[in-house]
Design a binder for this molecule. Structure first.
Ligand code: NAD
Ligand code: DAU
Length: 336
């Protein structure tokens, strides 16, 4: 199986590359990534030197570069992770979000159609369903209702990908996952930001009342689910991937303070995110029924492993927090 992995230098994409090479001896991977602020070759250091892995730096909006990747590698499938993935950044600067998430996905779909690709696996998010009223969980038929430029761009790219199945019979699957956490996550997202700040005795900025609910999924479980969909998923179908672990943000922050032995006085309640979705909750019954996948990592074990990784990798954190990170932090938090 030859896989073209877009966004494979990011958080989830790099976990997919590492775990797929480790568990699938027949897999060959070409990672294609633009290396934005979120892409980092350090994330791929564990597979450096593997004869089954190559890296190319390219923008998914660059049709010529994508054609070249297809012509030289002849992939059986694309696993499409590349995206501008952060809600807060999408609120500050929507343009790159629509460029990459919509035009980039379109460029890849066109190349896949021209080259007769066997499988296009589009990686999406539970954010496309918007806030879900308790006690319901969103299944794949739940209406799309987007709140941020990020979620709107992801919903648009999902529909675009599915249209290539309906119209051109391109074998597309779409997966919609809940909030991921684990090692190598950029410290702009809740869990790595709170761990990194706590370890440095910095304030932990909690948006609003901190009672927003997210469903947490360990990143390796997400990667296993994507492999299950590539192996057993049906073309033209959407599969939800949830972690089956709903927690309020404040509860997550308290657990991080406990795990890092830091005081609750580090918590700062700050102005809420505009358009903030209150509750995400997914039903993963379809993927479990059709592929046999289920999340394997309990939140307590996953969080302990994640905290331990950030404690042991302060150099990685220091490197990704240098330079442009400082101006982003100022832009997002100074006026809250
Ligand atoms: P990330 O921000 O850590 O990584 C994104 C990667 O895409 C980076 O390596 C970046 O360099 C690359 N990239 C961005 N623009 C590009 C472009 N134009 N051309 C080529 N490469 C480009 O993101 P992540 O958290 O790993 O998310 C990966 C995917 O999973 C995204 O599609 C996201 O929407 C989806 N997702 C994320 C989560 C989550 O909790 N993080 C949950 C569900 C779905
Ligand atoms: O649900 C899946 C989505 O999860 C993915 O599609 C996105 O790519 C990913 O970024 C994530 O989006 P969220 O907005 O849910 O993640 P984030 O980590 O930014 O925020 C999680 C919750 O924590 C959310 O309710 C906002 C809150 N939060 C976040 C930050 C960064 C805070 O209270 N303070 C913060 O400083």
């Amino acid at each position: 199986m030859k896989l073209l992995v877009t966004g494979g230098a990011g958080f989830i994409g790099s976990a997919f590359v590492r775990t797929t090479l480790a568990t699938q001896p027949e897999a060959e991977i070409l990672t294609l990534d633009k290396l934005t602020y979120a892409g980092n070759l350090d994330n791929l250091a564990p597979v450096e030197g593997s004869a089954r892995h190559r890296f190319v730096r390219a923008d998914i909006c660059d049709a010529a570069a994508i054609d070249e990747a297809f012509a030289s590698f002849h992939p059986d499938a694309i696993v499409h992770f590349a995206a501008e993935s952060h809600v807060d950044r999408s609120i500050h600067s929507p343009a790159p979000v629509f460029e990459t998430n919509l035009r980039g996905t379109f460029t890849l779909l066109e190349a896949a159609r021209r080259h007769g690709l066997a499988h296009f696996q589009h990686v999406s998010t539970d954010e496309v369903y918007g806030s879900i009223e308790a006690p319901h969980d969103a299944d794949e038929q739940y209406p799309l209702h987007t709140s941020s430029p990020y979620s709107a761009s992801k919903a648009g790219s999902d529909l675009l990908a599915l249209s290539y199945y309906t119209t051109y019979k391109l074998p597309v699957t779409v997966t919609r996952a809940s909030n991921n956490y684990g090692p190598y996550q950029f410290p702009e997202k809740l869990i790595p930001l709170m761990i990194a700040n706590a370890l440095e005795d910095k304030a932990l900025p909690v948006y609003g009342d901190g009672q927003q609910i997210r469903d947490w999924l360990y990143v390796d479980d997400h990667c296993a689910a994507i492999r299950a969909v590539i192996a057993k998923g049906r073309a033209g179908e959407v599969y939800n991937i949830g972690g089956s672990r709903s927690l309020a943000n404040l509860d997550v922050v308290h657990r991080i303070l406990k795990a890092t032995a830091k005081p609750k006085s580090l918590i700062r309640y700050v102005t809420d995110r505009p358009g903030h979705d209150r509750r995400y909750a997914l039903s993963s019954a379809k993927i479990e029924r059709e592929t046999g996948w289920a999340p394997a990592v309990e939140f307590e074990a996953g969080l302990a492993a994640t905290v331990a990784w950030y404690q042991a990798n302060s150099e990685w954190v220091g490197r990704v927090r240098s330079g442009a990170y400082q101006s982003y932090y100022e832009q997002n938090y100074a006026h809250r």
